[in-house]
Design a protein around this ligand. Structure first.
Ligand code: RAM
Length: 934
């Protein structure tokens, strides 16, 4: 028998002694690791939260398994950490290792704080303290900014464009403004350079921070050195409400004496056009910066954007736009323009503009974009009807990025670089880019090899067409590389199986992710669109979480969604939008993003703050749904089951879809309200849900639960996935669903909304075998059809392209749309069986779906507690599986297709089924016979 110890006495002893002897080996408990704040930030500079949320993990190598309590200390300096002069949580009995909110005095702009954590294990033994981590805040308020927006005085150049009129289909000419990229600079002398009257020692530079943002996109330099590798900063937010700001540590770049702070600013999303809306009024780009230098004597010098700056439009980047590409002329290069040795002759003085009080300047709350990969060209392709002097490179991969070009040029002979997603009947094809010109130009000042990477644009492409180069040289693969850009998060998708095409599909989905996560989630990266479509986002957000560290990315975009909500509660079709046309309207299955992303990401992370942050929007959205419904049937407009095969928008009736989504949003809202403790709201939403369910059932289905309209897969998937039917109705609907799938010879028949529901519904009704049949179909419409036709990403349409006939249509045909990639969630949740049994994966269910076509499958998922790993293989009928469960989690095994199970050598019989439930962290080796091969 264990002796009972008085825990509180023991604890005070531990706390006391731990404070005195922090490194005492008596406390061998391994310290927590992976300290993070907010949505995954490690030691951030320029952080955004005044009350940060702390997360950590137990090291996989620790001798203990669970956390039973924690203590967090926050201090003003690393030396003071044991004093916890800002906040000491004290010992808190809690198993939570994530999202613990700081409760001290809210942190202020620029403040740098240190924090550490220790935990008590299941035996109530305290661990060592973690290594201290830090957080440094950015500028939190507009009042922190002392400077003004600065820009070139010009008012843009008028350009004419030919566009196809949507109604008449005739070409018409419109005019608009474009703004040339600006080169801005100012020099300054550090304060410690002044001649000192006394003999005291000159103070040295202790720290320098650059706070900076722009309307448009910028690159910044101190003394000619780029301050960071970020690209397309500050990214895209609803600029009329909020512009994100960046913070850079430039301590090592500022010298005592004279310095130059400089920046280039181009159109980006702010000033550039979007969609075909050439005529939309655009405002010029501008820069806002504040360099703060702190000296060893604790004085501070601040350099801001003011009328001491000079600007020119006569730099080498002549034009730059997201859709149309960049034009670079080396004759305009200004060597050293951003250094002290340069004399800015003929530069203009900037004009200044006051900060708008209603435009919030806020620290960027997720990672900026960056070059994440560089890939080589794999082939020089022979096209049909080759034009002399034109060569086409194949990158082997459809991607979002910019080329890295090392091409031989001739002085003053313009080179042209065009981009295409695929060859069309062996020709270079750009019609599916619509009005996006997606062309870069480079004019060399002298003959020889150029080295050029476009700065202020991005393209969605696989093929690069190069012309204008030195014809005496033979094209070489080394001329072109592909720099892959996306927001700077880690991609750790690692699903692998014995099936090549399935693996290729999994890879393609990841490339769809890489290709559409440039600061905001986009529908596509190549044509004149590239917008944050909310429907696409709601289907792909949860799947993307299985593949990359994208929580911060989504949480940031959801803030933009909140800011874009219309006064009537409608959540727009795409975010950000410029308040123009159909972009700001709300649609069923699109606007529901307001509820779907908060709930589904909460299930994966367990971060209640995310629910709270979005709660007002959720309520507004439900009110909006209500205003669009009569007798609990919704008449909200939408895009139906967008791009369902064989039918443009889909045959499932709009109001059936709208009512189903009304129900889904009510259901999720009721759950969210419950988690947040808003019991009345939870009851109201649940009551309304019941009424909507009833109305839905009566309105759209007959007495045999057959849909009254055309029988589509989606018309059964929606009520089954959203649990809108009970009892016999549910069974009937299941049967009708299976019949419709069988009627199409097991091909899918779903669009954007139906497709993500297929796998979870079929698994839920015990028909994973049928899901595998659909998944492994080779012919249209199917996922493998695209692979059989050379896909390296997921496409917008099931038949966007074929090797034989090329692109199926001219418009609306992107080869890089992530929506249909939502199926990849099932690779992790279904095939590997990694499921959250409680929000945030503290409770895990492992329920793999085996199938005769798969000899093995493996992969992992990063939960807030650590990595879950699953791998299984089937040899004859023998199943061998290995599962790793991270610390501070428990696992249930649900293995339905097996018999004669052993776990770590122990046979599971009817009397010890408990060995399948609530198991602790560790490695499980599972063997069994497969009785149902699926
Ligand atoms: C297209 C977009 C997007 C889709 C909408 C309805 O233009 O590409 O994917 O959500 O239409």
């Amino acid at each position: 028998m264990k002796a009972r110890i008085n825990t509180s006495v023991l604890l005070s002893l531990i706390v006391l002694s731990a404070c005195t002897f922090t490194n005492n080996t008596e406390f061998e408990g391994q310290a927590p690791i992976a300290l993070k704040v907010g949505e995954g930030f490690v030691n951030p500079i320029g952080y955004y939260e005044q009350k940060p949320r702390f997360s950590w993990q137990i090291a996989p190598s620790a001798k203990y398994q669970f956390q039973h309590a924690y203590q967090i200390q926050v201090a003003t300096s690393a030396d003071n950490i044991a004093k916890a002069d800002l906040w000491d949580s004290q010992k808190q009995l809690s198993t939570s290792n994530a999202w613990i909110q700081y409760q001290g005095t809210p942190l202020s702009s620029r403040q740098k704080v240190y924090w550490r954590v220790r935990i008590w294990d299941e035996q109530d033994k305290v661990s060592q303290w973690s290594e201290p981590a830090f957080i440094e805040l950015g500028l939190l308020s507009n009042d922190d900014w002392q400077g003004q927006w600065i820009r070139h005085p010009e008012t843009g150049e008028t350009v004419t464009f030919d566009i196809i009129d949507n109604k008449t289909k005739n070409t018409k000419t419109v005019t608009n403004k474009v703004y040339r990229p600006q080169y801005l600079r100012r020099s300054f002398t550090t304060q410690n350079n002044t001649v000192l009257e006394t003999a005291e020692v000159k103070p040295s530079i202790k720290q320098a921070r650059l706070y900076i943002t722009s309307k448009g996109i910028f690159n910044a330099y101190v003394n000619g050195q780029k301050v960071s590798e970020d690209v397309m900063t500050p990214g895209w937010t609803p600029y009329k409400q909020r512009i994100e700001t960046l913070t850079y540590d430039v301590t090592s770049l500022v010298h005592s004496g004279e310095n130059v702070l400089a920046a280039t600013v181009a159109e980006g999303w702010h000033t550039g056009r979007y969609l075909k809306l050439r005529a939309l009024k655009v405002k010029p780009s501008a820069l806002l910066a504040q360099l703060e230098i702190t000296y060893s004597n604790d004085t501070t010098q601040i350099i801001t954007t003011d009328n001491n700056w000079q600007v020119t439009l006569n730099g080498p980047i002549r034009h730059a736009g997201n859709y149309d590409g960049e034009t670079y002329d080396a004759n305009y290069e200004m060597p050293g323009w951003n250094t002290v040795n340069f004399i800015p002759d003929n530069w203009n003085s900037v004009i200044t503009e006051a900060l708008e009080p209603d435009v919030e300047l806020a620290p960027k709350r997720h990672q900026a974009a960056a070059v994440r990969l560089t890939i080589p060209a794999v082939d020089i392709v022979k096209v049909a009807n080759p034009k002399p002097g034109v060569v086409v490179f194949d990158m082997g991969q459809n991607m979002l990025g910019v080329p890295e070009l090392s091409v031989p040029g001739i002085a003053n002979q313009k080179m042209t670089f065009r981009f295409a997603e695929a060859l069309h009947k062996n020709t270079f094809y750009t019609k599916n880019l619509r009005t996006a010109k997606a062309t870069d130009y480079y004019t060399p000042a002298k003959s020889g090899q150029i080295h050029y990477v476009p700065t202020f644009t991005f393209h969605g492409y696989r093929y690069v067409e190069v012309s204008g180069f030195d014809q005496s040289k033979t094209p070489n693969l080394s001329w072109v590389k592909g720099r892959v850009l996306h927001s700077n998060f880690n991609v750790h998708a690692n699903f692998k199986s014995s099936h090549k095409k399935l693996n290729k599909l999994a890879e393609n989905v990841v490339w769809g992710l890489r290709g559409n996560f440039l600061d905001i989630p986009t529908d596509c990266p190549q044509r004149d669109e590239r917008l944050g479509w909310t429907g696409d986002a709601q289907v792909f957000a949860a799947p993307s979480m299985y593949m990359a560290d994208v929580y911060g990315f989504w949480a940031a975009w959801m803030q933009s969604v909140r800011e874009s909500q219309n006064p009537d509660g409608g959540v727009p079709n795409f975010v950000p939008n410029k308040g123009h046309g159909f972009g700001k309207l709300a649609s069923a299955g699109w606007g529901d993003v307001a509820v779907i992303i908060p709930w589904e990401l909460y299930l994966l992370n367990g971060d209640k703050q995310f629910l709270q942050d979005n709660y007002a929007m959720i309520k507004g959205w439900l009110d909006f749904h209500k205003s669009k419904s009569e007798q609990y049937i919704s008449s909200l407009r939408g895009f139906k089951d967008w791009l369902q095969p064989y039918a443009k928008q889909g045959q499932t009736p709009q109001y059936l879809i709208s009512t189903a989504y009304y129900a889904r949003s009510l259901d999720y809202a009721a759950k969210i309200a419950k988690v947040l403790g808003y019991e009345n709201d939870a009851t109201t939403y649940a009551d309304t849900l019941n009424k909507v369910k009833h109305a839905f059932r009566q309105k759209f289905y007959d007495e045999k639960t057959k849909v009254k309209s055309a029988s589509t897969q989606t018309s059964y998937l929606l009520p089954l996935a959203f649990e809108l039917f009970e009892g016999q109705d549910r069974l009937n609907a299941q049967q009708h669903l299976v019949e419709t799938i069988e009627a199409s010879d097991k091909h899918l028949g779903t669009g954007f909304l139906g497709t993500p529901l297929l796998a979870p519904v079929l698994q839920n009704i015990g028909r994973s075998d049928l899901m595998f049949d659909v998944l492994f179909k080779e012919t249209y419409p199917s996922w493998f059809y695209s692979i059989n036709n050379g896909a390296t990403t997921t496409w917008e349409r099931w038949n966007s392209y074929s090797l034989e006939a090329g692109f199926s249509e001219e418009s609306m045909n992107s080869l890089n749309h992530y929506a249909y990639g939502a199926v990849a969630k099932w690779f992790y949740e279904g095939i590997l069986g990694i499921n959250a049994a409680s929000a945030g994966f503290k409770d895990i269910t492992i329920a793999p779906q085996f199938n005769q076509r798969l000899g093995h499958a493996a992969g992992s998922y990063h939960t807030p507690q650590g990595e879950i790993k699953v791998s299984w293989k089937i040899d004859q009928d023998q199943l061998d599986m290995q599962v790793t469960i991270p610390k501070n989690s428990r696992v249930n095994f649900e293995l339905s297709q097996v018999s004669g199970l052993t776990i770590n050598g122990v046979a599971i019989t009817s009397s010890n089924q408990n060995l399948l439930l609530q198991r602790p962290p560790g490695v499980y080796k599972i063997r069994s016979t497969l009785i149902n091969k699926g």
